[in-house]
Every structure is written in structure tokens, then in C-alpha cells.
Design a protein around this ligand. Structure first.
Ligand code: URA
Ligand code: SF4
Length: 213
């Protein structure tokens, strides 16, 4: 085992519900990211949900608020969920990595992508969330989430919109809402948000299908 990154397993209380896990995650030392972050940002939403959405890691706003997807990327996600007819309260939202990774530029904290070591270290929390939430469909928002959920490298452009098997559950991959924010022009952003909404609509249809099977 890597001395620096023992992984989260020993901090995950066996058989705990989400509320206890959320508390326990605050004490996690599975990798070094806890050190500079404000707090762990655990998943949130319906405790048992047909759809689980997985992002990358908390951003600056989420790190301060302690809740996932409450910053600019969260606003894009909210728009896409609404366009897809999905109530945010009815799904479970989480991230592949629970602590914010950033670099400092003056007073600003600049997002840094978690590396595979962080994704692996944090994976026991994600697995414990799967166990608790029992989603029919898992939506991977971007490549980091896809890596965490599927355990392999995924090219979003190639596998987007195709239902994938993930140990008896269905996974679909789509873009990360931050990718929308990086687009320069409003028409492009609108189109990309609509694309994200389309993938969420597919997830919703697959969850309904699985539920009636
Ligand atoms: N980006 C993510 O991947 N997750 C969040 O919670 C916020 C921004
Ligand atoms: Fe633990 Fe994950 Fe935070 Fe690392 S990022 S300390 S593994 S909760």
C-alpha cells in the first residue's frame, strides 16, 4: 500500500447510513487532499435514488459550502436537469473525489484535476454510496467520474450516450458541466447544455425501464 495514500477504506464505517458516512468522511486521511481543503464534500440528495450523478470533485464554492454542485457548474447542471424533467431532489449527486484539489494563484484557488491516485484513494466512499443509494443508472459527468465509476480510461466523445454495464447497473457517460462554462459563445453553451440534458433524459428513461423490468 502507498504510505502517502492509504486510501479511504479504513475510514469508511461498515454498514453506516449516508449521514454517518458524511460525518466520517470529515475525518478521512485516505490521501493528502484533506489537508488544504476546507472540508470533505460528501454526496447529497435522495438517500435511495434511481439515478446517481457523479462529478469530479468539489470546486471552490462547494468546498466552502460543504455541498456538491452549488457553484457555477452546479447552475449548468440545474439547467440541464430541469430541461430533462428531472427533479434534483429525486436524484443523488456526488463526486469521484470528496476533497477540493487546487493550486494557489495570489489569493485565488485554482481548480486542479485530481489524478488517478486520488480517484483510487477516494473510491471506497463512492462504492459505499452505491451500496446505500442503490441507483439503477449512474451518470458519469466527465472523464474523472467515468474513470472512477468504470475503473478505466473513457473517451467521453466516443462512449457518450451508450448505456454501459457497470456490475449489473447501467452507467452512461456525458460531459462535465464545467465543459459548458469553458465555451466562449452563448449559442455554443446553449447547445452543449441541451446535449447534457439529452444524456440526462436518456438516463431517466433507462432508470424507468429498469424499474419496470
Ligand atoms: N464540479 C464537480 O465536479 N463537482 C462539484 O460538486 C462542483 C463542481
Ligand atoms: Fe479521503 Fe477522498 Fe478526501 Fe482523499 S479526497 S482525504 S480519500 S475523502
Amino acid at each position: 500500500m502507498d504510505e502517502e495514500r492509504p486510501g479511504a477504506a479504513e475510514w469508511v464505517p461498515p454498514g453506516a447510513d449516508l449521514a454517518r458516512m458524511r460525518e466520517a468522511a470529515q475525518r478521512c486521511r485516505g490521501c493528502e487532499l484533506w489537508r488544504d481543503a476546507t472540508q470533505a464534500v460528501f454526496g447529497d440528495g435522495a438517500p435511495v435514488a434511481p439515478i446517481m450523478l457523479v462529478g469530479e470533485q468539489p470546486g471552490d464554492k462547494e468546498d466552502l459550502a460543504g455541498e456538491p454542485f452549488v457553484g457555477p457548474a452546479g447552475r449548468i447542471l440545474d439547467q440541464a436537469l430541469e430541461a430533462a424533467g428531472i427533479d434534483r431532489q429525486q436524484v443523488y449527486l456526488t463526486n469521484a473525489v470528496k476533497h477540493f484539489r487546487f493550486g494557489e494563484r495570489g489569493k485565488r484557488r485554482i481548480h486542479r484535476r485530481p489524478d488517478v491516485g486520488h480517484i483510487t484513494a477516494c473510491h471506497p466512499w463512492l462504492e459505499a454510496e452505491f451500496e446505500a443509494v442503490q441507483p439503477m443508472v449512474v451518470v458519469c459527468l466527465g472523464a474523472t467520474a467515468a474513470r472512477a465509476v468504470l475503473g478505466r480510461t473513457v473517451k467521453i466523445g466516443q462512449e457518450r450516450g451508450t448505456p454501459l454495464d457497470r456490475g449489473g447497473r447501467t452507467a452512461i457517460v456525458t460531459i462535465h458541466p464545467s465543459a459548458v462554462l469553458r465555451l466562449r459563445d452563448a449559442a455554443e453553451r446553449e447547445q452543449a447544455t441541451a446535449g447534457l440534458a439529452g444524456d440526462l433524459r436518456l438516463a431517466s428513461a433507462l432508470a424507468r425501464e429498469a424499474n419496470s423490468a
